[in-house]
Design a protein around this ligand. Structure first.
Ligand SMILES: Cc1cc2nc3c(=O)[nH]c(=O)nc-3n(C[C@H](O)[C@H](O)[C@H](O)COP(=O)(O)O)c2cc1C
Length: 187
């Protein structure tokens, strides 16, 4: 069955916004991808799912490398520009520079990076067509030092800022759960 964009149920997902940078047949480009996930620690691997029609898709297919810049909580404008125009028609990097965003050259791959909440440079290790998107799986070849910029949150087609911590179960609750777990432990 289909899971439609905008359906009340698919709107329950909560994600980051990966600002994906690439450089290929369409030149330097940046796009917004809510489907950008950390999927392995050792080695560090990030998966992104990109529509076949996007300039980014062609750029990465050709060059086999991409940058992942996780948008910071105050980068809603950056995300909207990256996500609402295509590099097939617009030089989004030039637009964003004009708007005051700072780009810099990646150190291990030939793309531009942008100041963000987290920056990682990836080399493509696998490309899988999954339904109406292609998942590009990239090994992290360079990870930038940590900063204290909070990530922008994407949920129900809107941008959000993290602000309320929900505590993990307290020691009493954990003890109670442990007792129940012991009763149901498989022999
Ligand atoms: C908030 C947001 C999240 C998005 N997430 C994705 C995504 O995960 N995958 C995707 O293929 N497109 C996603 N898009 C749409 C692309 O960013 C959009 O098609 C963009 O124009 C592609 O740029 P390009 O043609 O320069 O690669 C998203 C757009 C926005 C605004």
């Amino acid at each position: 069955m289909d899971l439609a964009w905008g359906d009340e149920r698919t709107k329950k997902f909560v994600t980051n916004i990966g600002l994906i940078t690439s450089n290929g047949p369409y030149g330097h480009d940046i796009m917004a991808a809510e489907w950008a996930h950390h999927v392995s620690y050792n080695p560090g691997i990030i998966a992104i799912s990109i529509r076949q029609a996007d300039a980014t898709h062609e750029n990465i297919t050709k060059t086999k490398e991409f940058g992942v810049n996780l948008a910071a909580h105050d980068q809603n404008v950056l995300s909207s520009v990256a996500g609402n125009y295509t590099g097939k028609e617009v030089d989004k990097i030039a637009v964003l520079k004009e708007l005051g965003y700072k780009f810099f050259k990646a150190s291990k791959i030939n793309v531009l990076m942008v100041d963000a909440s987290m920056n990682a440079e990836c080399e493509l290790i696998k490309k899988i067509v999954i339904g109406d998107h292609t998942t590009f799986i990239g090994e992290v070849v360079y990870l930038y030092p940590a900063n204290n910029k909070e990530p922008l949150v994407y949920h129900a087609q809107k941008y959000w800022k993290l602000n309320t911590l929900v505590e993990k179960p307290n020691p009493d609750e954990l003890d109670k759960i442990k007792g129940i777990v012991e009763r149901f432990r498989k022999k």
